[in-house]
Design a binder for this molecule. Structure first.
Ligand SMILES: [Mn+2]
Length: 397
């Protein structure tokens, strides 16, 4: 008992001493005035925000959400709005075979782009800043797709795309051979490409397709589908596009690795007009050969690029509807995209980003970065020269 008394007295004493110490530290801090910012010139004596700080850009982590902080414009309704390249969201996800949620893809890609902005768009890999080329790039908002009626939603997407495609260019003098605005669509599940191809067909006729994906997306039908509308899915839209004469027979897939019904799926795929580069080909052929094969297949024809985020390994892009193990890395894909610059691109998309399955925005950030690559690719006449490695010499260490 005596020992207990001694112990508690000691504890009381030590907490008293600690309290006194803390109080004196606090009192000393209050002896000094609060820290004052020091300014470079007298002009910062004003008391209003604008007088003192003037116009400031939003921080990367603040402000309304638009792609790379571009002006968010409702281009479909503002009929006078002109642009050369439009970012357009298509939040449609009601034709998927597995995990839904890609309706939040445009939101996730815009959110993943928050550290990107017009004043900081230069990349060493492209040796280019797409925002410094004198062309007008706008975030044109989202198509207000109906979430209950797929036929209606698909018509809305086609009409929206056609509407923007028919706008005159904002800076035709910069456009070289491009006559119509180019649209980068943010999906949405992959079905959005059917209305896009329908709209493109009215302007360009049949186009070739470069298709990055883990899956073929050329099924003729989905098992159990007994109505015409049930044929229209994110796994069948290319077959429907081919039947409608929207795509030429010089298209190509890259990154394919999904399980198939058998060899007959590959035969059918060929009949839809696609050559195939598999996921494994990145090891067996290498990136330069993959680029060469794609360029040889496409030639000078008008080409549409469709990028399903599931071409990436699920470890690097987990937030997608139908993930497949063993995919490409983001870096590999970016290098292939650089090799495609100079082809006759009429449009591009990035689809199947489904952020409910994301971790730390990994997928949204990767997708936003790929959209930045699309912009550089659209605005480059040829692939960038490989940058010489910057070797750090011993005497520089
Ligand atoms: Mn797909």
């Amino acid at each position: 008992m005596a020992q207990f008394f001694v112990l508690t007295t000691m504890l009381h004493c030590s907490s008293f001493i600690l309290g006194v110490l803390l109080y004196s530290v606090g009192a000393r801090a209050h002896d000094h005035p609060p820290e004052q910012a020091t300014f470079k010139s007298d002009k910062f004596q004003e008391s209003t925000w604008l007088g003192k700080y003037g116009l400031q850009i939003d921080q990367p982590f603040s402000g309304p959400l638009s792609f790379s902080h571009l002006l968010y414009t409702r281009c479909l309704e503002n009929e006078e709005t002109k642009f050369d390249i439009a970012i357009l969201g298509m939040p449609f996800d009601t034709a998927v075979t597995y995990r839904p949620g890609a309706r939040f893809g445009p939101y996730a890609i815009r959110s993943g782009s928050r550290r990107q902005r017009e004043i900081r768009g230069y990349t060493m890999s492209w040796a280019k800043d797409p925002y410094a080329e004198g062309v007008k790039i706008l975030d044109c908002g989202d198509v207000p797709v109906n979430p209950f009626d797929n036929a209606l939603a698909i018509d809305q997407m086609e009409v929206a795309y056609s509407t923007l495609l028919r706008r005159p260019l904002a800076t035709p003098e910069k456009a070289k051979s491009v006559i119509h605005p180019r649209i980068i669509s943010l999906g949405g599940d992959h079905t959005i490409v059917l209305p896009i191809l329908r709209a493109l067909n009215k302007i360009h006729g049949p186009v070739s397709v470069i298709h990055f994906d883990a899956h073929l997306d050329t099924w003729r039908d989905y098992p159990g589908g007994v109505t015409n509308q049930s044929r229209v899915t994110h796994g069948t839209f290319f077959a429907i596009a081919q039947e409608e004469g929207l795509i030429s027979n010089t298209s190509i897939h890259a990154g394919i690795r999904c399980k198939l019904g058998g060899e007959e799926d590959l035969e059918n795929d060929k009949s839809v007009g696609f050559q195939l580069i598999s996921g494994d080909d990145i090891d067996d052929l290498g990136i330069p050969e993959i680029i060469r094969l794609i360029r040889r297949r496409i030639g000078d024809s008008p080409v549409y690029l469709s990028l399903d985020i599931d071409v990436l390994d699920p470890g690097l892009a987990p937030a997608t509807g139908t993930p497949e193990a063993g995919g490409w890395t983001t870096r590999e894909l970016k290098r292939i995209l650089r090799g495609l610059a100079g082809l006759n691109f009429v449009g591009a998309d990035i689809v199947e980003v489904s952020p409910a399955y994301d971790n730390a925005e990994v997928t949204g950030i990767a997708a936003a970065d790929l959209v930045h690559d699309f912009l550089s690719m659209f605005l480059s006449d040829h692939p960038p020269a490989r940058r010489e490695a910057r070797v750090v010499r011993r005497d520089e260490l």
